[in-house]
Design a protein around this ligand. Structure first.
Ligand SMILES: Nc1nc2c(ncn2[C@@H]2O[C@H](COP(=O)(O)OP(=O)(O)OP(=O)(O)O)[C@@H](O)[C@H]2O)c(=O)[nH]1
Ligand SMILES: [Mg+2]
Length: 250
């Protein structure tokens, strides 16, 4: 870890050999006080090896190797815990495939000065999605609308993975009690953050379809996300959510 870094950028990877080197280079070139943590699940395409090579030549890059594909949610959780343990002020999570353009990080970081969570948002004014097929657009819009409705969230983009968390606020979330291991981690996490009274902001981004490599999202992840929403609503109604995420008394 470099001595002065304020931000840990957490990048979960599974088969991102085509993207990871260029992404890390762009992040380091931003000129921000940031370190990069790549959480790789033993990618068969050698992403982990490329990440190791980069880590060997730049102390701002580290790699967390896991034995196999353990899911996006657990990769985020491991990265967030690392950011807390490493005493970074902020943890930024982003995809490795350039859907989340690093050029937005300075603005997200700026917005984070008076927020506990800032979302790189597709669904606020000036945000958007480019070159996604209609099917993906409809799916994403619907997933967001349902999440907002079921969880009563006012956030425009609840399923975005481009986020900046204030690590001191993260201590109010029982990370180990989050049950979603996959993509639905994003919905569960934002719900818990909202209930824990996080000051949530959104910065517009243009989301672009992945540059190289293949998608890992499957149909079962979509069903799991729906199930997660119902479970969270049920837990809320029955008062069985983790203690930390009870609504604030104002
Ligand atoms: N460590 C780890 N990373 C994962 C896993 N699943 C996905 N990822 C990474 O999480 C990020 C998001 O996954 P994507 O496949 O891009 O999912 P997506 O953006 O919904 O799908 P596309 O739009 O098709 O790219 C990428 O950086 C992936 O490499 C996993 O099981 N473990
Ligand atoms: Mg992607």
């Amino acid at each position: 870890m470099s001595a002065k870094s304020d931000i840990l950028v957490v990048i979960p990877t599974y088969n991102e050999a085509e993207n990871i080197r260029q992404l890390a280079e762009q992040l380091l070139a931003l000129g921000l006080p940031l370190d990069v943590l790549i959480v790789d699940d033993n990618s068969p395409d050698g992403t982990g090896r490329i990440a190791d090579e980069m880590a060997a030549s730049d102390e701002r890059i580290r790699v967390l190797h896991r034995e196999g594909k353990l899911g996006l949610g657990t990769a985020y959780r491991a990265g967030l815990k690392d950011a807390i343990a490493g005493k970074y002020s902020f943890a930024v999570t982003m995809d490795a495939d350039f859907s989340h353009d690093p050029c937005y990080i300075p603005e997200i970081y700026k917005a984070a000065c008076d927020r506990d969570l800032v979302i790189g948002s597709r669904y606020v004014l000036h945000g958007g999605v480019e070159n996604w097929p209609l099917r993906r657009r409809i799916l994403s819009r619907t997933a967001n609308a349902v999440a907002r409705l079921v969880l009563r969230l006012r956030v425009a983009d609840c399923t975005a993975g481009y986020r900046c968390y204030r690590t001191s606020a993260l201590s109010r979330i029982a990370l180990d009690e989050i049950r979603s291991n996959g993509y639905s981690f994003l919905e569960e996490m934002i719900y818990l953050c909202d209930r824990a009274g996080f000051r949530i902001g959104e910065v517009p981004i243009i989301f672009r379809d992945r540059r190289g490599g293949e998608s890992k999202i499957s149909k079962s992840e979509i069903y799991k996300a729906m199930w997660t929403l119902l479970r969270l609503r049920w837990q809320s109604l029955t008062g069985t959510l983790p203690e930390h995420s009870k609504p604030r008394k104002i």
